[in-house]
Design a protein around this ligand. Sequence first.
Ligand SMILES: Nc1ncnc2c1ncn2[C@@H]1O[C@H](COP(=O)(O)OP(=O)(O)O)[C@@H](O)[C@H]1O
Ligand SMILES: [Mg+2]
Length: 318
Amino acid sequence: MNDLTDDRRDALKRKTIGVLMGGLSAEREVSLRTGKACGDALSSLGYVVRSIDVQRDVAARLVAEGIELAFVALHGRYGEDGCIQGLLESMAIPYTGSGVLASAMGMDKVVSKHLFASHGLPIARDVVLRNPSDLVTFRGAADLPFALPAVIKPSSEGSSVGVTIARDEAELVAAVGKAAALKGDILIEQFIQGREIQAAVLDGEALGAIEIVPASGFYDYAAKYEVNTTRYLFPAPIPSDQYERACQLSLDAHQALGCSGATRSDMILAPDGQLYLLELNTLPGMTATSLLPKIAAGKGIDFPALCERLLLGASLKG
Ligand SMILES: Nc1ncnc2c1ncn2[C@@H]1O[C@H](COP(=O)(O)OP(=O)(O)O)[C@@H](O)[C@H]1O
Ligand SMILES: [Mg+2]
């Protein structure tokens, strides 16, 4: 590392860093694990770290703990969607990851897909149901411009919360009902049969791509966080031109939303070699089994070094 980085590292070691974790979203438990892992890693490197379990009183906690820099280890609503980023901007506390607008757009699958499409990036066909107004007239598969199966997603939850595959009419109706119970609009997407690829970007550079082989054939919440049957293949064992395209697509998606720090893009590689971008995560999981650390490790960046890279990138973006 160069002198500038060394100077910045020294300066940050004199600051009180708040690791913002937990939070108020459905992904609270994962965030607590991310925060613990990152906080431990930063402490091991000599940083002064305080854990902040983000609740409604977070602004008062940041002041009381004398937090000068925030390492955002939150996921989901309030943490990944621009809310906490807006608070930190208002309080002039530099923070890791993407800014307010990029976070808000990345969190909303409908908005981010529109933006990806406007940049010419490949996405699956979809129908958006405004919740609740469009639900009254929705007639099921007859209203879709593509055949089932379809994937039903709430526009703004993560970690496969509320994501369902519908193979027939009854499953479609049930899945839309389930998604309607959550806040926000509903995305009904054409199901793309193919291999699950995720690629990561760090500081404006593509890090690499990993293939996920879930035992159940669907990378759901349990496969992500609870069972050990999922296999991760890094680097993704796909032809090199497809590998390059996956990396480029993650970089294009990162830039389309104007992201900072690290992002991870989820995609499907169809048998004909076509890649489909599903979503971009502006605060990828950072637990021991998470994918961004696995991809970074393949590039020779170990977990503490990855946390430090994120920290060094902390800034106000507004
Ligand atoms: N259009 C699709 N075709 C096939 N599988 C999909 C599709 N959309 C989502 N999936 C599956 O569902 C998982 C979760 O969807 P994703 O859009 O990444 O939302 P999130 O990770 O926020 O829950 C994906 O990793 C993939 O396994
Ligand atoms: Mg995903």
